[in-house]
Design a protein around this ligand. Structure first.
Ligand code: SF4
Length: 75
């Protein structure tokens, strides 16, 4: 059974850790000590939950990532 809802998937193999996405989607993303985006809730997941009201901010982060390291997924 799927968990349901939308998530922001982070591909850390593409990311270079400059942190732009953490500014665009600060509701859910924080930076680790090297600048890589991590879930603000501390869960360590690479599929960060996106609430319906946060979808535009998450989509902006996807669009602005210079390395195509982010995508929205349905769970
Ligand atoms: S915007 Fe993209 S490259 Fe920059 S920190 Fe976020 S995921 Fe990584």
């Amino acid at each position: 059974m799927s968990a349901g809802g939308t998530a922001l998937h982070v591909d850390w193999t593409r990311c270079r850790g400059r942190g732009l996405c953490t500014e665009l989607f600060a509701e859910r993303l924080a930076r680790d000590e090297w600048g890589y985006p991590i879930a603000r809730d501390g869960s360590g997941t690479r599929d960060v939950p996106v609430l319906p009201g946060e979808r535009d901010a998450a989509a902006d982060a996807v669009a602005m990532c210079p390395l195509q390291a982010l995508r929205l997924v349905e769970r």
